[in-house]
Design a protein around this ligand. Structure first.
Ligand code: ADP
Ligand code: MG
Length: 590
């Protein structure tokens, strides 16, 4: 038998490598922008069509390439950034693996134009599916322009797996925003289908954050700046009052490279401790500068993961730095000050004089309250029902009996609707139930295209940041079907002329902002676009837990829930109701 092992042809090897480096249009934007930065450019333009599926072009004013280099750049493992294995431990550039251009050229149609400022003419290289089609001299200003067309034109299976344009564009924006935030001293622009999404001028980090994430953050930024001989930590965290329920703007850069680290995210979160609610996430844009010899960024082809020589040390530095910054800007009184005491002292000075006995009682009370605070109704209904009367005298004063007589469902802790049913008790989570009702109604409207709009007397304007505006624009057609009448007002401003009837007193702006945040968070979930919109909308519009529901509307809510196709769970999967059998309850009295 003859030998059967063969080396793969380059084109195939490149395509395989591309599978790791180039997952979607966003990966290309990242690689090309990083190359431009490594080339010393200070003005970088990104132009995309169809969320990058049709075209991605990156134009820079960097050092350019010589004619042989322009060809060489597309070879696998071809790089000007490292020479020896030693160099791997001193990496200051964004690239070093020499596989991005080779990978991109393996799965798309690429045209490169480049010129060094000292050269008379530039070079043009056209390469498709790893095959060089043209190499010739051309006119070009100093710098490099690379355009990538028809991503995955030769790998139909992968092209098919690309998500819808809004989803791909969101990923692309994420990469663009990360790089723009990491390099406030460079100018950037982003164009999508003929509209300018971003034009960012050079400035300091604060200015860049405001340009990228929105003006509203400006007065909520707390600077962080700490230096040890091991690591320098700089940047900003958001004040506790702008922490949000959706994990939004959290950026951590190590040596100017965006990285994902749940561990270090925890360090920042931890620094905020009781200053923000347990289900809220702080805003942060933080930079760690560290000797490249103390980290390994060669863990993953996309370089978003990193290994630290001593991760626990970094964790502690990060936590202390953030805590210190919050303390210094008197967001928290001082470094290791007990948070609970601090708040009480600030809020209710008289309390300071409390006798030890009073203090103890108060603490006890807080313990009791805490028992109810974190309780998930679905899990702990039994306790809620049996204990409520002695823990909350004020509420138990409401005669439950009267409710039962008139058959009006009782509202427990402004959270659960309690109704007597034949076999026992029905407990309905008001928020989950309302989400379900709105979800089915929204989905129906979206599928039937039957809007119900109520014209607002006073149209309101909403201003988003450019990235949000770009996303929001994509959602306008669906929002229209849901009953929103919204017009673009130019730039990032929108005017809401009308809203769905069921908005009932909630602020349009709040509903739309929450909806957008929710929608962005769910983009990764493989749901149909319409379902995603319906879900985001219902979550942002539903009656929250903790809100009183007028007696007259309680039964209606329950009836509407059971008129739903699936009354069992909310669109995010929580139980809408729980039934307690009388027999089961009676057993507890034995
Ligand atoms: P890496 O960035 O890891 O070196 P790439 O495949 O991204 O690998 O690029 C290969 C080489 O091509 C780079 O090392 C650099 O010398 C050159 N190059 C790529 N993009 C540019 C650019 N925009 N300007 C100048 N040179 C570039
Ligand atoms: Mg590169």
């Amino acid at each position: 038998m003859s030998d059967i092992i063969r080396l793969l042809p380059d084109a195939i090897a490149n395509q395989i490598a591309a599978g790791e480096v180039i997952q979607r249009p966003a990966s290309i934007v990242k690689e090309l922008m990083e190359n431009a930065i490594d080339a010393g450019a200070d003005d970088i333009q990104v132009i995309v069509r169809d969320a990058g599926k049709a075209l991605i072009q990156v134009v820079d004013n960097g050092m350019g390439m010589s004619p042989p280099d322009a060809r060489m750049a597309f070879e696998r493992h071809a790089t000007s950034k490292i020479r020896t294995a030693q160099d791997l431990f001193a990496i200051r550039s964004m690239g070093f693996r020499g596989e991005a251009l080779a990978s991109i050229a393996a799965v798309a149609q690429v045209e490169l134009r480049t010129r060094r400022s000292d050269d008379q003419v530039g070079t043009r290289v056209v390469i498709e599916g790893s095959e060089v089609k043209t190499q010739e001299a051309c006119q070009h200003p100093p710098g490099t322009s690379i355009s990538v067309k028809n991503l995955f034109f030769n790998v139909p299976a992968r092209r098919k797996f690309l998500k819808t344009n809004p989803v791909e564009f969101r990923h692309l924006l994420d990469e663009f925003m990360r790089i723009a935030l990491a390099n406030a001293d460079l100018a950037f622009a982003l164009h999508h289908n003929d509209s300018e999404i971003y034009r960012l001028v050079k400035g300091n980090l604060r200015q860049r954050i405001v340009q990228v994430l929105g003006k509203k953050y400006n007065e909520h930024l707390v600077p962080v700046d700490e230096e040890t001989n091991y690591v320098r930590i700089t940047g900003f965290v958001g004040k506790p009052d702008i922490a949000r329920k959706t994990r939004g703007d959290q950026y951590l850069f190590v040596n100017h490279r965006f990285i994902k680290s749940p561990y270090l995210n925890h360090a920042v979160r931890n620094a905020f401790e009781e200053m923000i609610a347990p289900d809220h996430h702080p805003l942060y844009i933080l930079f760690l500068d560290i000797d490249p010899g103390k980290i390994d960024i060669n863990v993953h082809p996309t370089k978003q993961e990193i290994k630290f020589e001593d991760e626990r040390l970094i964790y502690n530095y990060l936590r202390v730095s953030v805590r210190h910054a919050l303390g210094k800007y008197s967001v928290t009184p001082s470094l290791d000050f007990d948070q609970e005491q601090a708040f009480e002292r600030a809020g209710t000075p008289a309390r300071q004089l409390a006798t030890p006995q009073e203090a103890l009682e108060r603490q006890n009370m807080q313990h009791w309250e805490r028992l109810f605070d974190g309780m998930k109704p679905a899990d702990a209904v039994t306790q809620t029902v049996t204990l409520q009367s002695d823990a909350f005298p004020a509420e138990s004063a409401v005669p439950a009996e009267a409710d039962a007589r008139t058959n009006v469902p009782y509202q427990l802790h402004n959270t659960l609707l309690v109704s007597q049913i034949k076999s026992g008790i029905l407990l309905v989570d008001q928020q989950a139930a309302h989400e379900r009702i709105l979800y089915e109604r929204n989905l129906h409207a979206l599928k039937e295209q039957a809007p119900h709009t109520q014209q607002s007397l006073f149209p309101i304007t909403i201003e988003f940041n450019p990235a949000e505006a770009a996303m929001f624009r994509e959602l306008l057609p669906d929002l229209k079907i849901l009953g929103f009448e919204i017009e673009e007002f130019g730039g990032e401003t929108f005017v809401v002329q009308g809203a769905p009837v069921q908005l009932e007193g909630q602020s349009e702006e709040q509903v739309l902002r929450t909806m957008l945040a929710q929608y962005q968070q769910d983009l990764q979930i493989t749901a149909e676009a319409k379902e995603r919109v319906a879900k985001a909308m219902s979550l942002s519009m539903a009656i929250p837990r903790g809100k009183a529901i007028p007696p007259a509307e309680r039964q209606l809510l329950i009836d509407m829930l059971f008129a739903c196709e699936n009354p069992y769970t909310s669109p995010s999967g929580r139980k809408c109701f729980v039934m307690l059998e009388l027999d089961e309850l009676m057993k507890r009295f034995m």
